[in-house]
Design a protein around this ligand. Structure first.
Ligand code: GGG
Length: 352
């Protein structure tokens, strides 16, 4: 298969972890006889520095004319505090999602048997946990009107959702549940928020097309607790933008480290794959960042294009690295392995 992949490594540890994902993909291309062509472009703080824009036109054009986007991380201390500023690096990611029409961010949460004791949660609570978060990423308070008064003392973020936005991601969530344990949990705050009540009504309508899937409702505050005390109950969690952002970081605690979790973002015609973690600027160029989330994002990319054997091979290589303790210090404080060594192990395993 020939694939053109836009690579937006971004800021902080982005470039070093994405390099390991590229190494894994190159190894897969050699072993399975594919051609993956990578084209790099700037996004985030580095793009602001180079072009004055967190999402330069050249980057957007590349992403619009490619098969997939492999995305690293955005954000740095210097620009992040410009919360309402168009130069905020995160705006590069949000604008890109919007321009590519990406609406569903899919985040699998499944702990590794060899890492169960890393989690602050008890082994018997987390083992056999296996759920996916479907986070809506095109709407909600991230994209609606933002206001602050002239004195800077009163601010508001509107949160708006349309039925259409809820319908399209609900279908994806129900379809995913049909291939899993046939359960969708809609997480919201319907006791208070009108948008949440719209989510409930709309998801209930969509559910009628999937009689084999159970739809349950859970308030977000309760969900935050249930993810910690009884994560095994979940199969597919469906939720809006802000709740999904927060809950998926929380859920990473189950796996032991946020550096393990990949994600895929789907739209009507574009796809983007990225680790869920941020730019962790303090670790930049120290060779200590965990590359596994990025490598697994590459595995999700392969899976998306129907390259199941290839994707399985990447998962197998990651499992082997973890089993043999070839991991970064976030997973083993005594580890002598860094970002590059873990990436080398994974790509060499694929090649062997
Ligand atoms: N790799 C993802 C990344 O850099 N995340 C930074 C962040 O804060 N993202 C916000 C979001 O995912 O909505």
């Amino acid at each position: 298969m020939n694939l053109k992949i836009a690579v937006l490594s971004g800021d902080g540890i982005g470039p070093e972890v994405i390099l390991q994902a590229k190494k894994a993909l190159n190894a897969i291309a050699i072993v399975y006889d594919h051609e993956f062509v990578f084209e790099d472009a700037f996004i985030g703080a580095i793009a602001v520095e180079k072009t004055g824009n967190p999402l330069p036109e050249q980057t957007l054009n590349l992403c619009l004319n490619t098969d997939a986007v492999l995305f690293g991380t955005v954000g740095d201390a210097e620009h992040d505090n410009d919360i309402n500023n168009k130069l905020n690096p995160i705006q590069g990611l949000l604008k890109l999602r919007q321009a590519l029409g990406l609406y569903a961010n899919i985040r699998p949460i499944k702990p590794y048997k060899d890492l169960l004791d890393l989690s602050p949660l008890k082994r018997k609570i987390i083992e056999d946990t296996d759920f996916i978060i479907f986070r809506e990423i095109s709407g909600g308070s991230y994209f609606c009107e933002k206001k602050i008064n002239d004195q800077g003392t009163v601010a508001s973020d509107l949160c708006e959702y349309t039925e259409e936005e809820i319908i399209r991601i609900s279908h994806l969530a129900f379809k995913a549940a049909q291939k899993r344990k046939n359960k969708v949990t809609l997480v919201d705050k319907a006791s208070i928020l009108e948008t949440s009540r719209l989510w409930r009504r709309t998801a209930t309508e969509v559910a009628k097309n999937y009689p084999d899937v159970a739809l349950e409702f859970l308030l977000v505050d309760n969900a935050a607790m249930q993810i910690i005390i009884n994560p095994k109950q979940f199969d597919v969690i469906l939720t809006e933008n802000l709740f999904g952002d927060i809950l998926s970081d929380e859920a990473s605690v189950i796996t032991g480290a946020i550096g393990l979790l990949p994600s895929a973002s789907l739209g009507n015609s574009s796809v983007l794959f990225e680790p869920i973690h941020g730019s962790f600027t303090e670790a930049k160029r120290k060779n200590i960042a965990n590359p596994i989330a990025s490598v697994l994002s590459a595995a999700m990319l392969l899976e998306h294009f129907g390259l199941h054997l290839e994707s399985e091979k990447v998962y197998e290589a990651v499992h082997k690295a973890i089993e043999l303790n070839v991991v970064t210090a976030d997973l083993n404080p005594y580890s002598k392995f860094g970002t590059n060594e873990v990436g080398d192990f994974i790509s060499n395993y694929i090649l062997s």
